[in-house]
Design a protein around this ligand. Structure first.
Ligand SMILES: Nc1ncnc2c1ncn2[C@@H]1O[C@H](COP(=O)(O)OP(=O)(O)OP(=O)(O)O)[C@@H](O)[C@H]1O
Ligand SMILES: [Mg+2]
Length: 243
């Protein structure tokens, strides 16, 4: 594996009162790789991503992008440096058009010509969005809105994308489409760190995965190995034995 473009070491994070939700985790993602974190509700998966993105009141450890520490940078600076984050809750602007939402994704780009170029490039990747660019984002289906969130992130051309439960609430066919987009992004060279509850499909779309329990990584391996691990199957795929 090539050297990790993105690495997290000794990450601790919490919301105050000295209670750590994330209690020292290490992970790495290489360019072209999808790494997925699974775990039960409340395990701290979203807090890992928020901690990485400097969005928790308490945090310690280190985060490196292409070898350089970015741990102390604020979220917008992380985005500028090539680390994008798509949170669990929906973040589209329903009363703006699809094109306006995409343009918002490039709010850190000062050069209007470059911004227009980037938006056009992203629209070319997502024909469904391009066809409806003048419509309100509210008119999109849930799956299309998730695609818009991903597309909007790509306007900054990030190197690393963190996605929190991209498949939540979507119909199975749409889930497949979202994971196909995630795979395509990895194949284009992005490093992807994803949190998911749709374990089997997510693992099938991933290279490596880890299991988070009570703020610590309990298991980590190649995704195909974890699919066959009876502990993972029992706990997260609703099966009583090995997959
Ligand atoms: N803003 C907050 N303030 C205080 N505690 C919080 C906050 N957000 C989350 N927590 C707590 O942190 C713990 C981990 O929450 P987190 O959202 O990271 O879990 P998760 O693994 O993402 O769960 P889910 O699968 O339900 O999304 C929970 O006990 C939760 O109540
Ligand atoms: Mg969560």
């Amino acid at each position: 594996m090539s050297e990790a473009i993105f690495s997290v070491s000794g990450l601790k994070a919490g919301y105050g009162g000295g209670r750590l939700i994330v209690d020292g985790i290490d992970l790495e993602v290489a360019a072209g790789e999808v790494v997925t974190m699974i775990g039960q509700n409340g395990a701290g998966k979203s807090t890992v991503l928020k901690g990485i993105y400097n969005m928790t009141p308490e945090r310690a450890g280190d985060v490196r992008l292409q070898g350089a520490s970015v741990f102390r940078l604020p979220a917008h600076e992380l985005l500028r440096q090539g680390l994008a984050y798509i949170p669990q809750q929906h973040t589209i602007f329903p009363k703006l058009t699809i094109a306006e939402n995409l343009t918002m994704g490039g709010y850190l780009i000062d050069d209007n010509g470059l911004l227009a170029e980037r938006v056009a490039a992203v629209e070319a990747m997502f024909p469904v969005l391009a066809e409806r660019r003048a419509q309100y984002a509210a008119s999109l289906s849930g799956g299309e809105q998730r695609m818009l969130e991903i597309a909007r992130t790509l306007v900054m051309d990030p190197k690393v994308i963190m996605l929190d439960e991209p498949s939540i609430g979507l119909a199975p066919r749409i889930v497949d489409q979202v994971f196909a987009v995630v795979r395509r992004l990895a194949e284009s060279g992005k490093a992807i760190l994803m949190v998911e509850q749709n374990v089997k499909k997510a693992l099938n779309a991933s290279d490596r995965a880890c299991v988070l329990e009570l703020g610590r990584i309990r298991l980590q391996d190649r995704a195909q190995v974890l699919i066959g691990d009876e502990r993972v199957a029992r706990l997260y795929m609703g099966m009583s034995g090995a997959a």
